[in-house]
Design a binder for this molecule. Structure first.
Ligand SMILES: NC(=O)c1ccc[n+]([C@@H]2O[C@H](COP(=O)([O-])OP(=O)(O)OC[C@H]3O[C@@H](n4cnc5c(N)ncnc54)[C@H](O)[C@@H]3O)[C@@H](O)[C@H]2O)c1
Length: 337
């Protein structure tokens, strides 16, 4: 089932040819008992590419791990609860997925989560730096535009930062965009690949409809409406859930898709491309999401943003003030004494 997840976005992916060399990844989920953590752990437990799955949270992990461990798939599952057990959870981890932290309620922006989630990410990544400094760290916790710079600064302080190994998970934006475009054009969603660049909040989410595969065209007013819907899709879910949280199931799907590509790439598979928020030289923003060719060491090649139409260039300009401010806020949080 897992390997039948919809293929990743970006036109380059249509040229994927995968030769898997080794499938035995050690994956840790931090925040594993939460709305995202539980279905994400389920999808990872079902993955043929995961052999050991360690689950950490400040609550409920023994139950979640016991439950998952009865599933008849090869991955060995172990639960760890509370800060005293975090290091044991991370021993030997090659990929660490972090969905720990609070989600939005109606009326909140992702930045409103900063005060709570910044220290959660800082503290978790700090232990990763000590215990599994070579692991690929994938940050799901919002605000991703700030939590990725926080993670980078923590890793730098510990002198183990490798920009190829740190990712902000923006796959859900790609998943949503592909779904909306397929609906709008009556296409099979499996055939739609579309890159999303920039960041992961409101106007910083920049869909590149002009680079969609197969090519699609819309009158400008429809293009603008679709762009705004993709940018606000998270809020659509937050409002529909009416106070009980934000996207969890679609996020688990998206994170599992990203993790699967990463694990396969680490194992030697070639041609794995996913959009992700990484350290970047594409724009003046130090971190910027673009399609990334994944390899044994994480980011193999940043495939960049390609050729933008004028409307998309304006979206990049409009995103920049918020993106730069979010990044600075994250960096300063760690740098402050
Ligand atoms: N990147 C994305 O596209 C995306 C999409 C949706 C949600 N999110 C974010 O993911 C995060 C989690 O969302 P959720 O819906 O799963 O929330 P949730 O409240 O359902 O679950 C969060 C889990 O984190 C745990 N937790 C809290 N502090 C912790 C700590 N110090 N160490 C370990 N675990 C800790 C909680 O016990 C809980 O189990 C939120 O920040 C949300 O905004 C990101």
């Amino acid at each position: 089932m897992f390997s039948r997840l919809a293929r990743p976005a970006s036109s380059i992916i249509n040229r994927n040819f995968s030769t898997t060399i080794s499938n035995n990844a050690n994956v840790a989920v931090l925040g594993a008992s939460g709305g995202i953590g539980q279905p994400l752990s389920l999808l990872l437990k079902m993955s043929p590419f995961v052999t050991r799955l360690t689950l950490y949270d400040i609550a409920h992990t023994p139950g979640v791990a016991a439950d998952l461990s009865h599933i008849s798939s090869p991955a060995q599952v172990k639960g760890f609860m509370g800060p005293n057990q975090l290091a044991d959870c991370l021993k030997g981890a090659e990929v660490v997925l972090i969905p720990a932290g609070v989600p939005r309620k109606p009326g909140m922006t992702r930045d409103d989560l900063f005060n709570t989630n910044a220290s959660i990410v800082r503290d978790l990544v700090s232990v990763c730096a000590d215990v599994c400094p070579k692991a690929m760290i994938c940050i799901i916790t919002n605000p991703v535009n700030s939590t990725v710079p926080i993670a980078a600064e923590v890793l730098k302080k510990k002198k183990v930062y490798d920009p190829r190994r740190l990712f902000g998970v923006t796959t859900l934006d790609v998943v949503r965009a592909s779904t909306f475009i397929a609906e709008a054009k009556g296409l099979s969603v499996k055939s739609v690949n579309m890159p999303i660049i920039g960041g992961h909040s409101g106007v910083t989410i920049i869909p590149l409809i002009s680079q969609c595969t197969p090519p699609v065209s819309f009158p400008q007013d429809v293009r603008e409406k679709l762009t705004v819907r993709i940018q606000n899709a998270g809020t659509e879910v937050v409002e529909a859930k009416a106070g009980s949280g934000s996207a969890t199931l679609s996020m688990a799907f998206a994170a599992a898709k990203f993790a699967e590509s990463l694990v396969e790439a680490i194992g030697g598979a070639t041609g794995k491309v996913e959009c992700a928020f990484v350290e970047s030289k594409e724009t003046e923003a130090k971190y910027f999401a673009t399609p990334i060719l994944l390899g044994r060491h994480g980011v193999e090649t940043n495939l960049g943003m390609g050729k933008l139409i004028e409307y998309e260039r304006k979206l990049v300009d409009a995103a920049m003030p918020e993106l730069l401010a979010n990044i600075k806020k994250g960096e300063e949080f760690v740098k402050k004494p």
